[in-house]
Every structure is written in structure tokens, then in C-alpha cells.
Design a protein around this ligand. Structure first.
Ligand code: COA
Length: 568
């Protein structure tokens, strides 16, 4: 597949005409005028006054993009060349991306967190040893969770478990049938103490399988490799399972352990191969003579789910009037380089059209209605500090969208606040602001409509919660590569301010600062799965459009039932 994932190569936005000279590019597909198409257009032209900031941001975006491409190349190699050879030539298995390609309708695949697992304290685990993402099978959006056995035999590291749990959470939130491609040696034993037995450890994956089934979220497994120990429960707890002859095995302990325990020599095939499980144990339901047949079988099973495929006709929509490539120059390299967020919106929204709500009140937050690729949504965008008025406006708007069942898009660019109020009146002002922010946090937490969060700049301090940070359970949370994530904003710390606060050791401060900067990078965050992936600004519109389509599938959701499907 040319581009499994979010990774479409685009020319960088650098070297374009100076911002002041940029003209709106042409609009397409005007079509029938729907509600959102009648909204007023945002003024999005870049002015000479923006040039300095635009250029600094563009230079930073180019650096971020190179890092992004470098990491992408790295994770595509999985466990490396020798592991790939072992997998394909000795074990005669398809590589994980090839498997997905055979299973999915097309390459319209939203890969999630490809950078998870990079540069962790226990080393590099490319893509956390398992790919996850959303693609269509027989026209139905499905969550795919697929082990990459080139990464230490597909064994589960703590980050692999976290990635699988997040994928299941997304499947639950968005009602997505889930397909597991299982090829795993079970727990990565050197880290076993971090994999068992806590609530969010390995066992939670199997617990979720039952809960998801009880929620009528169908799950199908394809055993296309080893399913050892914990790995054995995934296919056994799925509603329907296929096993590939001479490639798939399921057992709690493999032949070496049996030999050690009983002295008996037994082959993997006899202990837990495809014939045994399809004819004797009943742990699987379908026998496939080879991998290609297994994926065809999985597709046929998905067609029996009785889900309604996405309509093939989509509403027509307009492209933004202003060029999304220019987003690279609007992606702030730090909080001081943030331009009016409406410049970003005018490059993300259909026809650059926006029906603003409370335009003149609490202007450090921009709220209003728009559409992306024909999907109506409510926008809540940071445009400075979340002041008292801005937070009240945010609370009001979030409740309106919830009332009208309109999905919410948060564009987050927050910074940490100054801690010490200089006088009593300032303290009172801050307390009032705190109260208003608490209101907005409650409104966001309790809104039951789907939420998507995009961190376009900073994700710092308490304001990030009101802007639907990770702990507020957005359906999806993506970062631009220039984004910075951390309790405090290291770019606002200076040696002179630290000296005033009593710090004496400048070297120690500089070391701390460089650590804070490294730990607040978007790639550091994504490696730890604090988000669902880093996306390039130019690709954002397309990613949002896809998420909004995926989210719509939940309207096909049927009522809860009392029990999961039990394998008998
Ligand atoms: N923990 C840690 N590392 C493991 C592992 C485990 N459970 N299982 C395999 N690995 C590592 C191997 O050491 C090897 O590492 P290397 O590339 O640095 O040499 C790599 O994964 C691939 O294993 P290998 O046996 O060479 O590949 P294979 O394709 O022939 O077999 C398995 C893969 C998973 C089938 C096989 O390794 C196996 O059966 N492992 C034991 C599984 C087990 O007992 N799990 C119990 C977990 S509770």
C-alpha cells in the first residue's frame, strides 16, 4: 500500500511567495448550497505584518517535518532487515502492512500512533510492536490491531499493551468492529513485572474483548502466527476466529516449555496448530489453507455483521479558499509566534466558511460552526489565554453543540499561567477565571457528542483540560509536529526570571531547561501514547474529514445486550 496511514508526502510550504502576496487558491465542487455553505467566509489573507512570524514558523515546521519523515522511515522497517528476512523467508509469513493491504477495501487507512514506542527508557520498540488504525472492510469502518512479529516476535511490551488498550477504547467510543491480526509470542518477558497483573496491564485487553462484545461491538481474529500465553486469549475470546494452516498456532506454553515440564517432544503443529484448533479444541471457527484465504474469510465475516456500510455518496463540499499548505507558517514555533487562530481556521474549513458564535465576547477563544469535508462541527479554538469571559463562552458553546448533537473540534494552543498574582485585585480576577474555567471543564467532560482535539501549538497547564486534553477523553487527539506538551512551557522560562525566584545555579537551570524542552516535544508525547499520532498541518483537513466520517458510524450502533458472545 503506497500510504498506509497518515503519511502522504507533500511538498513543504516553504519557498512560497511572501505571505502578503499569497492569493486565495481556487475553490472546487461548489455543488448544492447546504447550510454550512451559506456561512460567511473568514478573512484569511496573510498581511505584511505577519511575514516575520510566518517565516520563523515555516523554518521550524520544515525542521519538524524532516524529523517526522525520518521517524516514519524508521518505524516502517519494524524490527529491522534481518527480522524481516526471518519473518518472510524462514517463517513464510506476510509483513504486517501487506496483511492490512489484503484485508482492507483500499488504502484509506487512518494509522494511529505510528511513533509509539520510540526512544523509551527500555529502548526502541518500533510502532510499539503492533499497528493500529481504522480502515474500511466491505464499506464498514473497522479498527485493526495487528502485531508486527518482526519486533521481538510480536511480544507485548508495556507500550504495546497501552496501544492495544487505546485502540480498543477508540473502537468502543466510535462503535467500530475490531479485527485482531494475532502474531505474538505473548509477554516480553524481561518486562513481565510491568505487564501483569495491574488493571491496565495485559489482562485488560481480554476483559475489553468481552465488554465490547456485550456492547455489540463485533470482534474477529485472524491467527496468522504464534499466539502464545496471553496472546492465546485474544483469538479465543473473539467472536469469530480464523487460523492459517502451518502458520497459526495457539497455546499457553510452547513446545520448549512442554519439553522442560514433561520431557515430551511435541511439535507446535500438534500442540496448537490450525487443524487441532479447528477440528478438536474449537478455539477457532475457520480453517484457512493460507494467509490470502484467511483475509478473504475475514472480509466475508465482516459482511455478515449486519452493519450498514457508509453511503457511497458524500455531500459535496468546497475546498478552503486559502491554501492549507500555508498552515506550516501558521503552526506556532512557540506561544509568542501564534497568529490569529482564524488564519488557521480559514485553511482548514470548507470554503473557509465559519458561523462565529459570540464573535465580540471573550475573544481569546474562538467558537462557531463550520464543516470539514461536508461534516458539520462546532469549533472551539484557543486564541490567547482562556480568560473568564472566554471560558464562559466556551461552556455555553459546548453545551449548545451537545444539545444539537454536533461533534466538537478543539484547536488547542494553551500556555501555563503566571503563578503569583502581584496584588489582591489580580488575585480576585484569577479566582474568577478559575471558576469560569472549571465550568468549561465540566461542560466539556459531560458533553456526550464526539470530540476531536488537535494540538496546534502548546498544551500546557490547566487550560489544556478545558480544551479537551487527553484526560477529557476526546474520540481522537492529534498533535502537529511543532506542538509542545508539558505542565509548564519551557519556552517561557528565562534565567533572569529564575534568578528573581531565588535559583542560584545557572548550569543546573540550563540542564533542567533542555530536559523540559526535550520532554515537551510532540514526538516525545507520541512515543508514550499521550495522543493518537502526530499529523502534518497540511494533512489535517483530510485526517479530520476521515475522523468525522468514522464517528458517524456509531449511529448504526444497536442497543446494549446483557452478555458477550461466549465461545462454546
Ligand atoms: N520475551 C522476550 N523476547 C522474546 C520472547 C519473549 N517472550 N519471545 C521471543 N523473543 C525474542 C527472541 O529472543 C528474538 O530476539 P532477537 O531477535 O533479539 O534474537 C526475537 O524475539 C524473535 O524470536 P525468535 O524465536 O528468533 O523468532 P521466531 O519467529 O522463530 O519465533 C516466537 C517467535 C514468538 C514464536 C518464539 O520466539 C517463541 O515461542 N517465544 C517464546 C514465547 C513464550 O514462551 N512466551 C511466554 C510469554 S508469558
Amino acid at each position: 500500500m503506497a500510504s498506509l496511514g497518515l503519511h502522504r508526502l507533500r511538498a513543504p510550504a516553504l519557498g512560497r511567495c511572501p505571505p502578503a502576496l499569497c492569493r486565495p487558491h481556487s475553490t472546487q465542487a461548489s455543488g448544492r448550497r447546504r447550510g454550512a455553505q451559506a456561512f460567511p467566509a473568514l478573512p484569511g489573507a496573510l498581511l505584511p505584518i505577519h511575514t516575520h512570524v510566518y517565516e520563523a514558523n515555516s523554518r521550524n515546521s520544515a525542521r519538524c517535518r524532516s524529523r517526522y519523515m525520518e521517524l516514519l522511515e524508521k518505524v516502517k522497517l519494524g524490527g529491522g532487515e534481518s527480522a524481516i528476512l526471518r519473518h518472510t523467508q524462514r517463517n513464510k509469513k506476510l509483513l504486517v502492512r501487506e496483511r492490512l493491504k489484503r484485508l482492507l477495501d483500499d488504502d484509506n487507512f487512518l494509522e494511529l500512533s505510528p511513533f509509539a514506542g520510540l526512544a523509551l527508557p527500555y529502548g526502541d520498540v518500533p510502532s510499539a510492536g503492533c499497528l493500529s488504525g481504522i480502515g474500511k472492510i466491505c464499506g464498514i469502518w473497522c479498527m485493526l490491531i495487528a502485531n508486527d512479529a518482526t519486533v521481538k516476535g510480536g511480544t507485548a511490551y508495556p507500550i504495546s499493551v497501552k496501544k492495544q488498550l487505546r485502540a480498543q477504547e477508540i473502537a468502543i467510543q466510535n462503535r467500530l468492529p475490531t479485527v485482531y491480526l494475532v502474531d505474538s509470542g505473548g509477554a516480553f518477558l524481561p518486562l513481565q513485572a510491568q505487564l501483569f497483573p495491574d488493571k491496565e496491564h495485559g489482562g485488560r485487553t481480554f476483559y475489553n474483548e468481552a465488554i465490547m462484545s456485550a456492547m455489540k461491538i463485533p470482534q474477529v481474529a485472524v491467527v496468522c502466527g504464534s499466539c502464545t500465553a496471553g496472546g492465546a486469549y485474544i483469538p479465543t475470546m473473539a467472536e469469530e476466529t480464523i487460523i492459517v494452516d502451518r502458520i497459526g498456532t495457539i497455546f499457553l506454553a510452547g513446545p520448549p516449555l512442554v519439553k522442560a515440564a514433561t520431557g515430551e517432544d511435541v511439535s507446535a503443529e500438534d500442540l496448537g496448530g490450525a487443524r487441532l484448533h479447528s477440528r478438536v479444541s474449537g478455539c477457532v471457527d475457520h480453517f484457512a489453507p493460507n494467509e490470502a484465504d484467511a483475509y478473504d474469510c475475514a472480509r466475508m465475516i465482516i459482511s455478515t455483521l449486519n452493519f450498514e456500510p457508509e453511503p457511497s455518496e458524500h455531500p459535496e463540499y468546497e475546498e478552503p479558499v486559502y491554501d492549507p499548505e500555508e498552515l506550516a507558517g501558521l503552526a506556532p514555533c512557540d506561544y509568542q509566534h501564534s497568529l490569529d487562530v482564524k488564519l488557521i481556521l480559514s485553511r482548514l474549513l470548507d470554503g473557509s466558511k465559519f458561523l462565529e458564535f459570540k464573535a465580540d465576547y471573550g475573544t481569546t477563544l474562538v467558537t462557531g460552526f463550520a464543516s470539514v469535508e461536508g461534516n458539520l462541527l462546532g469549533v472551539v479554538a484557543s486564541n490567547g489565554h482562556l480568560t473568564h469571559d472566554a471560558a464562559l463562552k466556551g461552556s455555553h458553546f459546548v453545551q449548545i453543540c451537545n444539545q444539537r448533537a454536533i461533534p466538537l473540534l478543539f484547536l488547542q494552543n494553551t500556555t501555563s499561567q503566571d503563578h503569583l498574582p502581584p496584588n489582591v485585585s489580580k488575585a480576585e480576577q484569577l479566582t474568577n477565571r478559575l471558576k469560569a474555567q472549571a465550568c468549561m471543564m465540566a461542560a466539556v467532560a459531560c458533553a456526550t457528542v464526539p470530540k476531536i482535539t488537535l494540538v496546534v501549538g502548546g498544551c500546557h497547564g490547566g487550560e489544556s483540560f478545558a480544551m479537551c486534553g487527553r484526560s477529557y477523553e476526546p474520540n481522537f487527539l492529534f498533535l502537529w509536529p511543532n506542538a509542545r506538551v508539558g505542565l509548564v512551557d519551557p519556552y517561557r522560562l528565562s534565567w533572569s526570571s529564575q534568578k528573581d525566584e531565588g535559583r542560584t545555579d545557572e548550569t543546573e537551570f540550563r540542564t533542567l531547561l533542555s530536559r523540559l524542552k526535550e520532554e515537551s516535544s510532540a514526538f516525545y508525547s507520541s512515543a508514550r501514547l499521550w495522543d493518537d499520532g502526530v499529523i502534518l498541518p497540511q494533512d489535517t483537513r483530510h485526517v479530520l474529514g476521515k475522523c468525522l466520517k468514522i464517528i458517524r458510524q456509531q449511529r448504526y450502533e444497536t442497543r446494549f445486550q446483557r452478555s458477550p458472545v461466549l465461545r462454546m
